[in-house]
Design a protein around this ligand. Structure first.
Ligand SMILES: *Cc1c(COP(=O)(O)O)cnc(C)c1O
Length: 346
């Protein structure tokens, strides 16, 4: 079989999706499956849909178009504020988009009207992650202006946590979010059907609280795909953490001096401690080599664009032998985006 390749267990992805959908449903929360880490891979998107999610979401229009071209008709939300240069594509392929800029919303409205459509939006509120979001103090004014724009329908509000600042939401910030919603609900109840409370980093808060402060939707990528918590990297109970496996092969296997910063002359003069070392034919051009998890007995030494060097204990690995590795979010994202890593669906 060819390497490098990523083996994708669609059944485990479906099971993860289903587990989270059912667990959140009990709490009154709908699940949106986020496909951006797998570049909108249609087979994976279908496995997530089969788990029962309410819809899909992605941050890149190319990924959305890829899913549409594969025949996926579920609701797809654009979760990155649309680029002004992509307004037409967004209105054509996305049922919803997340927004924070009036000029973009006006452009979406104008395009939707021309096409005889209504485009649905969710307004993002800044709740401390300091990535996208309208400042809470500006929200009421934004609602006042946007509800009057024909061609646009505000369907709800959302907040993002832990992407930039790595701080998961807690009860304090969630009750602030809830207060903001309460203020708006008096006047705009119909426009606040969706209350989207964050990504996989919100799961610990959701599972450990009974008062969910009106949150009725989460957008989940990493937890469905990798079964892990984005902040700690720890496995989430009940989920598979091995739906994806990266496989590369050995192209060199030799005893070499240990890797320390010293002159090349010293290294080849043959008095340093020696290690068994292998080189795998994969590198930072294919993945994020620093964040791979290797089998027992292998330790990461370093990686360049196309080579990954490992020390090996008690193992003889022949040339051409395969090495199986686990990935985190960053390494998965790059692998799925790499045309030189074969995708093999199990
Ligand atoms: C990426 C993203 C998500 C999904 O995050 P995960 O940590 O993968 O669950 C949710 N919402 C927004 C706005 C995102 O950009």
């Amino acid at each position: 079989m060819s390497t490098p390749r990523v083996e994708i267990n669609l059944n485990k992805i479906q099971k993860n999706s289903q587990y989270l959908v059912q667990k959140l449903k009990i709490k009154g929360i709908n699940t949106i499956g986020v496909t951006k880490a797998v570049c909108g891979d249609p087979a994976i998107a279908l496995a997530i849909i089969a788990g029962g999610v309410t819809g899909l979401a992605d941050s890149r229009i190319e990924n959305v178009i890829r899913m549409r071209e594969a025949g996926i008709i579920s609701d797809i939300t654009m979760i990155r504020t649309p680029m002004s240069s992509q307004i037409q594509l967004i209105v054509d392929s996305c049922n919803f988009s997340y927004n924070t800029e009036i000029s973009v919303i006006e452009a979406l409205a104008c395009t939707a009207l021309k096409k005889g459509k209504i485009h649905n939006i969710v307004l993002m509120v800044e709740m401390g992650d300091l990535r996208e979001g309208i400042m809470p103090s500006d929200l009421e004014n934004a609602f006042k202006r946007i509800v009057q724009i024909p061609g646009i329908n505000i369907k709800g509000i959302g907040a993002n946590f832990a992407c930039l600042n790595k701080a998961p939401p807690n009860q304090k910030i969630m009750s602030l979010f809830s207060n903001i919603i309460d203020k708006l609900k008096n006047q705009y109840e119909d426009n606040i059907r969706i209350i989207s409370g964050g990504n996989s980093a919100s799961l610990p808060w959701v599972f450990s609280n009974n008062n969910l402060n009106q949150i009725n939707e989460l957008r989940l990528g990493e937890s469905i795909l990798l079964g892990s918590d984005p902040i700690s990297g720890n496995p989430i109970q009940g989920l598979y953490t091995d739906a994806f496996t990266l496989i590369s092969e050995v192209i060199e296997s030799k005893r070499k001096p240990e890797f320390i910063k010293t002159s090349s002359a010293k290294i080849i003069s043959n008095y340093l401690k020696k290690n068994d070392q292998v080189i795998l034919a994969i590198g930072n051009q294919d993945t994020d080599a620093n964040s791979l998890v290797f089998p027992n007995g292998f330790t990461f030494v370093g990686a360049t664009s196309d080579h990954l060097v490992l020390n090996v204990s008690n193992l003889k690995l022949s040339i051409g032998a395969e090495c199986r590795m686990k990935m985190d979010y960053n390494s998965l994202m790059k692998v799925m985006n790499s045309p030189t890593v074969e995708k093999k669906y199990l």
